[in-house]
Design a protein around this ligand. Sequence first.
Ligand code: DX5
Ligand code: ZN
Length: 223
Amino acid sequence: MSPIIAPSILSADFSYLKKDIEMINSSEADWFHVDVMDGVFVPNISFGFPVMDAIKKYATKPLDVHLMIVDPDKYIEKFIKLGAQVLSVHYEACTHLHRTIHAIKSMGAQGGVAINPHTNIALLDDVIADIDLVCLMSVNPGFGGQKFIQNTYSKTEQLKNLILQKNSNAKIEIDGGVDVLNAKLLIASGADVLVAGNAVFGAPQPLEVISKLKHCKGLSIIK
Ligand code: DX5
Ligand code: ZN
């Protein structure tokens, strides 16, 4: 099966946001990945509701919203009203993760959990069956264009095993430093969704990069 490709709008040109959204609309990408940062949970501020509203206005594909904020419970309803179809909160930002996931799902969105590079997969053991998507951070969250952390391959395999063991339907999303070179091995390791910011928007031919990511097959890779 082909991976779901989710270009990260954080790397778009915000002075031509509509143009970049239309480019993704016309591409082989599946979702828009929307990174919301509060300057507290991560050392950067990205954008908030008005920009999200603008994205929704022009995007013709699902919005996969990644909240890198403290106290996400306060804003879940608003983001879902603004069109988030997949909504991920950080494991590290939630005291009552099970409650938060079920709140997201009760409002009609898919409930996602993002985990930082230092967070062990085993910590999801008791909640994986409730989760629709795990966003595995392959960089420390906060910025686009960072270097991919190699340990992500083995974490992806561990997560895949946990999902199978617990009969969970959770998708595995890899976020940070994904490109056409590491995509195959990520898919071979169990990834279902690839987020790509810099690899797409920093390329001279973004549509080609999206197509390459979409059609790269994981199974032929020998590790
Ligand atoms: C990092 C964000 C990522 C990032 C991906 O905090 O969550 O989604 O924008 O961008 P690249 O692919 O450039 O690492
Ligand atoms: Zn993200």
